[in-house]
Ligand binder design. Structure first.
Ligand code: DX5
Length: 230
């Protein structure tokens, strides 16, 4: 039986209006979110180019939010220190890009930063499971990474459930995050499969009331997560 866990909604700034960043961060806080995600894309690991460490610095200056940095880059060992220095509270790197994921996770934790390990849709969970005892968070991508607003991949639900099952059977504290296409229509399936941290970009910032949407997402996710069988 999974210990009672509180689900979290983590808005992704990839879909925020950066010309109104202070107001967007206020809306996130009004919705009760404590984290935001900064999606870092290098144009090599994914076919898009996005943010650098300065956005993390700006968020930390503007709001008392914790910042989760999702490194979609080919060189996470080189890039991670830049974001730690900028004030990231968690750094998530891809299993597919790291030469020694266990070492990188340990290095992040040694600096007091949470370590997350992510897998793309085509990467089986098998490579992730042995690392769950070394990480604070595991991220199962529910879209092919690179852009906000993509459609949630239901084919990832068995992978989410498999990682959830392993975490529960081993009693590991590592949290399970999903990212990609999470919105009011898909959040219950994701949380019902066992995801407890749900990143949402377009699902939040494209809505008429981001704060209200965050609250509704959280309520739906908590009910679905808590209502899982087993
Ligand atoms: C990878 C990015 C996106 C983003 C969330 O492309 O990691 O998944 O965080 O984007 P939405 O919620 O708009 O799919």
């Amino acid at each position: 039986m999974t210990a009672a866990r509180t689900v979290e909604i983590v808005p992704s700034l990839l879909s925020a209006d950066l010309s109104r960043l202070p107001a967007e961060l206020r809306r996130v806080q009004e919705g009760g979110a404590e984290w935001v995600t900064v999606d870092v894309m290098d144009g090599h690991f994914v076919p898009n180019l996005s943010f650098g460490p300065d956005l993390v610095r700006a968020v930390k200056r503007l709001a008392p939010l914790r910042v989760d940095v999702h490194l979609m880059v080919t060189n996470p060992e080189a890039a991670a220190p830049w974001f730690v220095k900028a004030g990231a509270d968690r750094v998530i790197f891809h299993l597919e890009a790291s030469s020694d994921p266990g070492a990188l996770a340990r290095a992040l934790r040694a600096q007091g930063v949470e370590a997350g390990i992510a897998v793309k849709p085509a990467t089986p969970a098998d490579g992730l499971l042995p690392l769950l005892s070394e990480a604070d968070l595991a991220l199962v991508m529910t879209v092919e990474p690179g852009f906000g607003g993509a459609a949630f991949l239901p084919a990832m639900l068995p992978k989410i459930a498999a990682v959830r099952r392993d975490l529960d059977e081993r009693g590991l504290p590592c949290r399970l995050q999903v990212d990609g296409g999470v919105n009011l229509e898909t959040v219950e399936a994701a949380a019902g499969a066992g995801a407890e941290v749900l990143v949402a970009g377009a699902g939040v910032f494209a809505s008429a009331d981001p704060a209200g949407t965050i609250r509704t997402l959280r309520a739906k996710a908590q009910a679905a997560y808590s209502g899982r069988a087993g």
